[in-house]
Structure formats: C-alpha cells, structure tokens
Design a protein around this ligand. Sequence first.
Ligand SMILES: [Fe+2]
Length: 310
Amino acid sequence: MNATLAEPAAIPLRTRPCGGAFDPADHSAYLRWRAEKLARFPASVDALVVDVADPAHCTDDEREALIERIRRANMAVYRSPPGVMTRHGLRRFGRSLGLSRLDEHLCAEEDGISQLRVKAGIESGEYIPYTDRPLSWHCDGYYNSPERAIGAMMLHCVTDASEGGENALMDHEMLYIALRDKGARFIESLMHPEALTIPANIQNGEVVRPERVGPVFSVDPASGALHMRYTARGRNIRWRDDPVTSEAVTLIGRILEDPSSAVFRYRLRPGEGILCNNVLHNRTGFRDEPGSGRQRLVYRARFFDRVAAT
Ligand SMILES: [Fe+2]
C-alpha cells in the first residue's frame, strides 16, 4: 500500500567503468564528454530557475524546462506560489519527473518526506539538518548502502528563516572535471570500493545503522550516470589510508571552497525548491526570530531514481 515501505529494487553500482567518460583510463572519451559538458553548463544560478504554477500538476512545458536544466547541470530551482505545495503534491511532482522510489529515512515522516526544521535536543551527527547550524558539503545518503544510493532529491521551502539558510550547490560532474583535470589517479583512488567508510551509528548501545564502506565515485550501469558519495565531515568518517586518496580529499575540499569553482548559491524563499540529481550541497546556519511564530520549514524528499535518467 505504501510505496515508502517497499524495499527498492537493487541498484548495482559498478565502481570501475569499462570505457567512457568516467573510466579513469579512457582519456579521449573523457575529453569529448568534458567539452560538451562545459559548453552546455549554465553560467549562473538564474539560468536554473523555472516557474512552475502548481508542481503537483506540472505542465509538459514546465517539466521539459526542468529536465533541460537537469541535463545540463544536474539541478534546477523551481519557483511556485507560496502555500500551494503540500507533501502529497511533492510526491506527485516527483512522480511526474520519474521519481517514485522514496528513501524511507530514519527521520522521515510516514510518507517518506522529511520536515527539516529545528527540533529541540539535537546536537550532532546525521541530525544536523534538524538544527539551525551550518551543514557542511555532502551528497545525500552517503551513509546509505550501495543498493539504496540516492539518485535524486528535492528540497521545498515552506517557510524561510528570518536570517540565513542559504544553500551552495555544485554539480558533482563539475567537481569530477575539476578533480580529474588535476590527475586521473585521483578519480581512480576515489573509485576504490573502500575509499570512504562511515562507522556504524550506535545509540544507547543499539546499532541504528551499520558501518558503510564504499567508493566516492561510481557509475550506475543502467543509465551510465556518475554517482557521488561524499561528506566533508571531519569526524566519524574514515578515508582509505592511501596517499593519493588523502591528496584527492584535500583537493576536493579546495575545489569546493575555490571562488572560481562552478558553485551556485541560492536562498530558497517560500514556494521555491531545489530539484537535483543529488548534487553536492551545503547550507549556511540560520536564525528563526524568537517569539515570531515563524520557523524555517523545508520538506525534503530523497529518491533512488534519477531525473532524466536516460
Ligand atoms: Fe543534504
């Protein structure tokens, strides 16, 4: 009855592609793909914004405009009138874009959609989204098993904060280019099946989530799409003990902070949302005005599917 309760079909992620732009050994395919990607990549975040009158009943033109942005940059910003979107509408919007398999996250509500707002008593770890603290660079679901890798996600702003709460976004394919241009060996090291380990989440002696070991970069054999699994978190993660991996991780950090990198910044206002193929993102801290009755609220939906997967 409830699709969120069903186990998703296994998504085998191939970690070492045989030929193609994401194969560290296939230099000519990489250069062809790189030239095309850079030629089509939007110059600014404004080019990603699409007006959608009612996301739950997206028109063909609106859907095509969103998919066109996703094909170029793996992300789009939609702008709908405040108060129109409901959680049910968000699911319907997702389905119209080919996103039907929702991740049933630990903190998601029964319908698989998380309500991100400040919750009392949350201090750290995987629950920082439920605080007003800054959220460092990551791709969603880096602590998921490979079979439950997040292909796409949506953030929908119901209420914005009095101050702050801006997202930075970087297409993981642009990060791949920036890193690969420094050396294919860095890509090779991050495709290692043991590149990144997230230790088990244990609370009160109970294993809430087991340890996760896997690559940073992998390729979905069904679509040929690049998938990234990453967190800039410094604590409670283990990188493979290897000099090239260490250098690659340092380089990623530098690329993400480099003002010349293809990083977009956007502060969602009520009715607006980000739709993306799980690109790298972060969030600044924010402040809800005490006593105003206004509290930042963002709906988040994560899917095992990707937008424009073919
Ligand atoms: Fe996130």
